[in-house]
Ligand binder design. Structure first.
Ligand SMILES: Nc1ncnc2c1ncn2[C@@H]1O[C@H](COP(=O)(O)OP(=O)(O)OP(=O)(O)O)[C@@H](O)[C@H]1O
Ligand SMILES: [Mg+2]
Length: 207
């Protein structure tokens, strides 16, 4: 399979459970290794990076929202959202301020001092989205980021991703089961039986 995502473009990917969507994203994130092929980001093959280089890539180039929560338990929502900024050396107060405005943007304005392990999955996902966008990523990989959100919050998150993708020229790949998500995407692909298929706009699946 082959997939190219230009900057400023949001691609939605769907496919049956077990078709390999998360695996594809983890390979593109340099989290999992592949037995073949290449993932080129600005001409650099992510699958060939050393583990140090892959960490740098995830820190500076990538915004990652995995299917499972990887927030730090014991740390607050806001500190989790500010985590990359703090690691990058920003002053803690500044990092928290930037994280707070990202949390606002994903509709998480209360319970920010609450510890990560006490948050609902929908709240965690929104903290992960804030953290993913915090460093101004060039590439965003998000695995069902709205899977636990109600329709109002889903709209808010998808609209944020759509607008940020365009304004900041990000390349965004969004795995979703939600047919509404496809309305926010510039392109829609299905992954099935090991093949990628692009949907033309007019033949996009609707309910
Ligand atoms: N660490 C692993 N070791 C072995 N097999 C795995 C591993 N992770 C995933 N798989 C298998 O690879 C296939 C693809 O899994 P993947 O999680 O990528 O699917 P998915 O499309 O994301 O599914 P879902 O929609 O349920 O999230 C599945 O058959 C799964 O059982
Ligand atoms: Mg998955």
């Amino acid at each position: 399979m082959s997939l190219q995502i230009d900057s400023g473009v949001l691609v939605a990917l769907y496919g049956p459970s077990g078709s390999g969507k998360s695996t594809l994203l983890r390979i593109a994130a340099g989290i999992e290794s592949a037995d073949g092929g290449a993932v080129l980001v600005d001409g650099v093959d992510v699958t060939a990076l050393s583990s140090r280089e892959a960490s740098d890539y995830r820190m500076h180039v990538l915004g990652w929202v995995g299917q499972e929560s990887d927030l730090i338990d014991g740390a607050s929502a806001i500190d989790n959202a500010a985590f990359k900024l703090i690691c990058a050396g920003r002053k803690v107060r500044e990092a928290r301020r930037a994280a707070a405005s990202l949390l606002d943007a994903v509709g998480f304005s209360q319970r920010r001092e609450q510890r990560a392990e006490t948050l609902s999955m929908g709240e965690r996902q929104r903290v992960m989205i804030a953290r993913a966008l915090s460093m101004g990523p060039r590439v965003v990989l998000a695995d069902e980021p709205t899977g636990n959100l109600d329709s109002r919050r889903t709209h808010q998150v998808l609209e944020l991703l759509r607008v940020t993708t365009r304004e900041r020229g990000m390349a965004t790949l969004l795995v979703t089961h939600d047919e509404h998500a496809m309305e926010y995407a510039d392109k829609v692909y299905a992954l099935q039986d090991g093949a990628l298929r692009e949907f033309a706009t007019e033949s996009r699946p609707r309910t």
